[in-house]
Design a protein around this ligand. Structure first.
Ligand SMILES: Cc1cc2nc3c(=O)[nH]c(=O)nc-3n(C[C@H](O)[C@H](O)[C@H](O)COP(=O)(O)OP(=O)(O)OC[C@H]3O[C@@H](n4cnc5c(N)ncnc54)[C@H](O)[C@@H]3O)c2cc1C
Length: 422
């Protein structure tokens, strides 16, 4: 029920984005009876609420939906299944009792600070954007500098324009989508500047958001100075060398009143860290096993809080599984411990989960470090797959069936991405 929060549940889910909504449904499917979703915002849906463009649901529903439409389908389902969904309820702490019972501390508009008890928890708090401080751009500190997602919230949810003449630093998906959005709103987007020699967004977004709107993408280029006293008056941009250092004497000035930053996302893990869960230094999310369980027994994680995903559909798939394992846990089912360690080998930045078990189907998500075209993905000597190309911006997923692991008798499985033909 919307707005209801009791004192005791089988499973409590933190966050009502696609991960939290999927996890709640997964928990119910696995037999959990009482499930609560806590959401700090006034409405469920997470980032989907501000993504009014199409492009969601192509994998999961085999149709193209906007973000709010995609979210609405899951909100309707969780409410139909009598999940309690508590908006304006911020999870601020989690303690584990000696008998394994979890106590989630909640700050809510209605009840102040309260505690909810449960058998298992799913972390689904999403991620947040990196800001100017993270990359230390020199210059003045005028108004008119926004992260791209915040600008998206202004335009799509609040009806404000961030400015008129926009420069965008970073070519992550949010920046690309906002470039198109702002042109449609009548702004001039003077360029997208990307320090790497390739875009950090999905290829489909480069084509549909920049190429189709004649917005220039300057690769191997970065902003080296911000000008303006009260308001941004322009930026200096410079090409960079192979070590990503600006090349002296080659910079030029760009006239703009707004700078949007699309320079990466960080899993929202202050709470996870404060609970004492082990975090992965590469993803910034918790380290999880093949059941998506963190190092804290009975605490599971899914979605962008675990590792930043490109597509909501993959978040849903992962969260349905994470939620199902949390549901099983609440019913007292304990899966055998994983026995195989996954190792990120050649050209693999990370893989999630970190361990596998030969007794169940599992999905490995990974990202490459560098572009390779064409490439071959190798999982030890068990599996090889040809890939047309790999780029860090596009996550790779791989289903591993138990039958495949039956042939494996070691305890370390190395995943490599190598050039095709090597
Ligand atoms: C600009 C943009 C464009 C995108 N475009 C596409 C696209 O075209 N197609 C596509 O498939 N995907 C797209 N995505 C990706 C997709 O939206 C995300 O991958 C997905 O929303 C992540 O889901 P999540 O549930 O992990 O996180 P979120 O959607 O961020 O949800 C997390 C929720 O947790 C809540 N929360 C956080 N901390 C707490 C706490 N302590 N207590 C209670 N609640 C908390 C937050 O308020 C939020 O509602 C886009 C993303 C962005 C940002």
């Amino acid at each position: 029920m919307f707005g209801r929060m009791n004192r005791k549940y089988d499973v409590v889910v933190l966050g009502a984005g696609p991960a939290g909504l999927g996890a709640a449904l997964g928990a119910l499917d696995a037999g959990a009876e009482d499930v609560l979703i806590l959401e700090r915002d006034e409405e469920p849906g997470g980032i989907l609420r501000q993504c009014i463009h199409a492009g969601f649901g192509l994998h999961y529903f085999k149709e193209e939906l906007t973000g709010p439409e995609y979210g609405e389908r899951f909100v309707t389902k969780v409410l139909e299944h009598d999940v309690d969904l508590a908006p304006n309820s911020y999870a601020i702490g989690l303690a584990v009792d000696s008998d394994g019972t979890k106590e989630v501390r909640v700050l809510s508009e209605k009840a102040g600070i309260t505690t909810v008890e449960c058998a298992s928890v799913v972390l689904a708090m999403g991620c947040r954007e990196r800001t100017r401080g993270a990359i230390r751009i020199p210059g003045t500190r005028p108004s008119g500098i926004y992260t791209a997602g915040l600008a998206q919230k202004f335009v799509n949810m609040m009806g404000y324009l961030p400015g008129r003449r926009i420069a965008i630093l970073g070519s992550g998906d949010i920046g690309l989508i906002m470039a198109r959005r702002l042109v449609l709103e009548g702004c001039e987007v003077v360029g997208v500047f990307e320090i790497l020699p390739y875009s950090n967004g999905l290829t489909r977004n480069v084509v549909q958001c920049l190429d189709d709107f004649n917005i220039p993408l300057h690769l191997s280029t970065t902003v080296t100075y911000i000008h303006g006293r009260d308001r941004v008056e322009g930026v200096t941009v410079s090409p960079v060398d192979e070590h990503l250092k600006p090349i002296a004497g080659k910079s030029w000035d760009v006239d703009c009143d707004t700078l949007l930053l699309s320079i990466g996302l960080i899993p929202e893990n202050e709470l996870t860290r404060s609970m004492g869960a082990n975090l992965d230094v590469v993803t910034g999310g918790p380290i999880v096993s093949s059941t998506l369980e963190t190092s804290l027994p009975g605490v599971f994680a899914s979605g962008n809080v675990l590792h930043v995903h490109d597509l909501a559909d993959f978040v849903t798939e992962e969260a349905l599984r994470g939620g199902a394992f949390a549901g099983e846990w609440a019913r007292g089912i304990r899966r055998p411990r994983d026995t195989i360690h996954l190792v990120a080998g050649n050209n693999v930045a990370y893989c999630v989960p970190k361990t596998l078990s030969p007794d169940r189907m599992q999905v490995i998500y990974m990202r490459c470090k560098q572009r390779m075209q064409p490439a071959r993905l190798r999982v030890g000597e068990l599996l090889e797959r040809k890939l047309k190309f790999v780029v860090p911006a596009e996550m790779i997923s791989l289903k591993i069936r138990p039958a495949l692991l039956e042939k494996f008798h070691g305890d370390r499985l190395v995943i490599d991405i190598v050039p095709e033909g090597s």
